[in-house]
Design a protein. Structure first.
Length: 224
């Protein structure tokens, strides 16, 4: 089983208009459920490494761009995000007993960089929020580790992750602002205008990363 083969099967079903396949949406959800089960089965850890799980998730994110994708199938992909994030956090915590290798921040950064090319328009806004909600804690976990807890090769990867995630936060925030600007104003019973822009919750306020504390080794490395 490869990410591409699962994606191909799903997208082929979504294109089918045959009366012989009346419940293609249900079949798609079942395929994604089966893939989730296979990828995260306890006895499949050696075959489905964390890197491979990210590869499947990236491929499934592309499936979300299909308009006819039923909500049940979309939820299967969102569930997979949760499980991949949990797997990443567990591996990161285990690695921190010694030194966090370059590969862990790299995997997370590459996924977010890929996401930025997939979920770009207003129609993907909800997915962007879900990704920030799910993977934000993973990024916070990564940058919270002390300088000496990360292998020297991982230092640069940490800063690249911070930049990529911060740019994604800004992009989702801009999408949120654009949605609010184009939303219709609605009169309330008292004839007062309801200004959506004034009620907007800043995505940057909620999801922006904290700066490294003054005097920390991370600040010295960044300034070097």
């Amino acid at each position: 089983m490869t990410p591409e083969s699962v994606r191909g099967a799903v997208e082929n079903l979504l294109r089918q208009k045959s009366p012989e396949i009346p419940n293609s949406g249900c079949l798609v959800a079942n395929i994604l459920q089966w893939a989730n089960h296979m990828i995260f089965a306890e006895n499949s850890r050696q075959e489905f490494t964390l890197e491979r799980r990210f590869a499947f998730l990236e491929c499934f994110e592309l499936i979300l761009r299909n308009p006819p994708l039923p909500e049940e199938a979309r939820q299967k992909i969102r569930d997979m995000r949760d499980r991949v994030a949990q797997s990443w956090q567990e591996e990161c915590a285990a690695a921190a007993i010694g030194y966090i290798p370059k590969g862990l921040p790299n995997m997370l950064e590459q996924y977010i960089a890929k996401i930025r090319t997939i979920h770009q328009d207003e129609g993907s806004y909800d997915e962007g929020i879900d990704i920030l909600r799910i993977f934000g804690p993973s990024v916070h976990q990564c940058i919270s580790y002390d300088f000496y807890k990360m292998a020297s090769a991982a230092h640069r990867s940490r800063f690249v992750l911070i930049k990529t995630f911060s740019n994604f936060v800004l992009e989702v925030d801009q999408t949120s602002l654009q949605i609010q600007k184009t939303a219709r104003r609605v009169r309330d019973p008292d004839e007062r205008w309801c200004h959506h822009e004034e009620e907007r919750i800043s995505i940057r306020t909620v999801y922006s990363l904290p700066p490294d504390p003054p005097g920390s080794y991370w600040v010295e490395v960044a300034d070097a």
